[in-house]
Design a protein around this ligand. Structure first.
Ligand SMILES: Cc1cc2nc3c(=O)[nH]c(=O)nc-3n(C[C@H](O)[C@H](O)[C@H](O)COP(=O)(O)OP(=O)(O)OC[C@H]3O[C@@H](n4cnc5c(N)ncnc54)[C@H](O)[C@@H]3O)c2cc1C
Length: 414
């Protein structure tokens, strides 16, 4: 929520600075960074206060303390108390991953936690990493005038999405003035009067870049090290709590949910896993199994990048047969009206039955548009059914009918 509030402010600022295409003359657009942050803080406080109130409604005992297992049924709390229970659900989340270079620790860097507390903007920033957190911060800072350089290890940013989607965001970032290096290997970091310098291999070239700040976007790790899990026999793998499909750990009365168990660090999956753990503790005779078929991921850059179900990359790795079709936003009525021309939508379907097995939307409001495909996949719709479903004109959503029609025709033609 904090990063999304900031990104929305960055989007408004960006649009205000580039209205010419709509026949509007740009005036001088100024911003007050402290006010941008203050609005974010106020919103987040509102959400958090509401949650706290919910936890105080008498249905739960809510204790604020850090917990550590002393035996299989007992937690000792850092407020001096201890708590015993028949069952536990561990959901201690994740923390910033340790840095891969000791030199980085010496030079110092911002993280996604500390960057959210800045009171003023640096002039320049080096963003390490090309995952969703790194990309969102890179565009936010860049759109507020910070000179951003992004350094990513793999050949493309967002290494889990298909390269066609990653290429769109890389080209938009470059167009907006962000320097993007992919296919790199970090070598070192130093501090001088000019700022913080990161050295890296780009292909075979040794390069270095200097900035006022470094933002560490190299991932997070499960937050389990202080729970004393080894002593009570809860199996972990690189700090990740190992669970079965019922969200049960290796100790039968202890369950885990969310980032501490993975495999995806996404809020709705953490919620789904937590509910599953609770249900299965209450219904041990007929436990439910977690299902990631409708796994959805959204990156809230502009354009947004949203996926549900299978990507082409994953389908190929898992040797799942599929047909795919795409349609670009630069050839679609509503996105032309909005001058939102970057990106495309893509559908994947079973080549025989036509059932939709994956969707991707790189484009305007992608995080909203993907929900049509989540609903379609939830009901196991085919591309033909999606293509024949009425869509209002002109809307962004009607873009889905083009790849759906193309795939339905291909299947009908055998
Ligand atoms: C910058 C950023 C942006 C993100 N954006 C999105 C997004 O847009 N959409 C999305 O779906 N996901 C997003 N995520 C991921 C999302 O925040 C996590 O997947 C989600 O918060 C996981 O929920 P959780 O309950 O597992 O852990 P958390 O929300 O991290 O909660 C864990 C809680 O456990 C507490 N805790 C830890 N150790 C102990 C202990 N020993 N005793 C007691 N309490 C303890 C912590 O204090 C914390 O309150 C983002 C993450 C980051 C960092």
């Amino acid at each position: 929520m904090p990063t999304k509030a900031l990104l929305y402010a960055a989007e408004v600022h960006h649009l205000a600075r580039h209205p010419e295409v709509f026949g509007i003359e740009p005036g001088e657009v100024r911003f007050d960074f402290a006010q941008v942050m203050a609005r974010k803080n106020l919103l987040i406080k509102g959400f958090a206060d509401y949650r706290h109130e919910q936890l105080k409604d008498g249905r739960f005992t809510f204790i604020r303390a850090m917990a550590r297992f002393t035996d299989e049924h007992t937690l000792s709390l850092d407020n001096g108390a201890s708590v015993s229970a028949d069952h536990f659900v561990i959901s201690t989340g994740s923390r910033i991953a340790p840095s891969p270079l000791p030199a980085l620790d010496q030079v110092g860097y911002l993280t996604s936690d500390t960057a959210l507390k800045l009171n003023s903007l640096p002039k320049s920033m080096i963003v390490l990493g090309g995952g969703s957190v790194a990309l969102e911060f890179a565009q936010f800072f860049s759109r507020f005038g910070v000179k951003v350089t992004l350094i990513q290890r793999s050949p493309h940013v967002l290494h889990e999405v298909d390269p066609d989607a990653a290429e769109v965001i890389e080209s938009v970032f470059r167009r907006e003035g962000i320097e993007v290096f992919t296919g790199t290997k970090l070598l070192g970091a130093t501090q001088s009067a000019q700022g913080k310098t990161v050295t890296f291999l780009h292909g075979t070239d040794k390069r270095s870049v200097t900035g006022d700040e470094i933002l560490f976007g190299l991932g997070r790790v499960p937050n389990t090290a202080s729970l004393n899990l080894e002593a009570i026999g809860v199996e972990t793998e690189w700090d990740r709590i190992v669970t079965d499909e019922h969200m049960r750990t290796s100790v039968p009365h202890i369950y885990a949910a969310g980032d501490c168990t993975g495999p995806y660090e996404i809020v709705h999956i953490a919620v789904q896993q937590g509910e599953m753990a609770g249900y299965n503790i209450a219904n041990p005779v007929e436990p439910r199994k977690i299902d990631y078929r409708l796994r959805t991921e959204v990156v809230f850059t502009e354009p947004q990048i949203a996926t549900v179900g299978l990507t082409e990359k994953e389908a190929r790795t898992r040797q799942i047969a599929y047909l795919a079709a795409s349609y670009p936003f630069n050839d679609h009525g509503k996105s032309l009206i909005m001058n939102a021309l970057d990106g495309f939508v893509k559908l994947l379907c079973d080549p025989v039955t036509g059932e939709i097995i994956g969707g991707a939307c790189v484009g305007p409001l992608g995080g909203e548009l993907i929900h049509e495909i989540i609903a379609a996949m939830h009901k196991r719709m085919t591309v033909r059914e999606l293509a024949t479903m009425p869509h209002y004109h002109p809307t962004l959503a009607e873009i889905w009918t083009y790849p759906a029609e193309e795939l339905a025709e291909k299947i009908a033609a055998g």
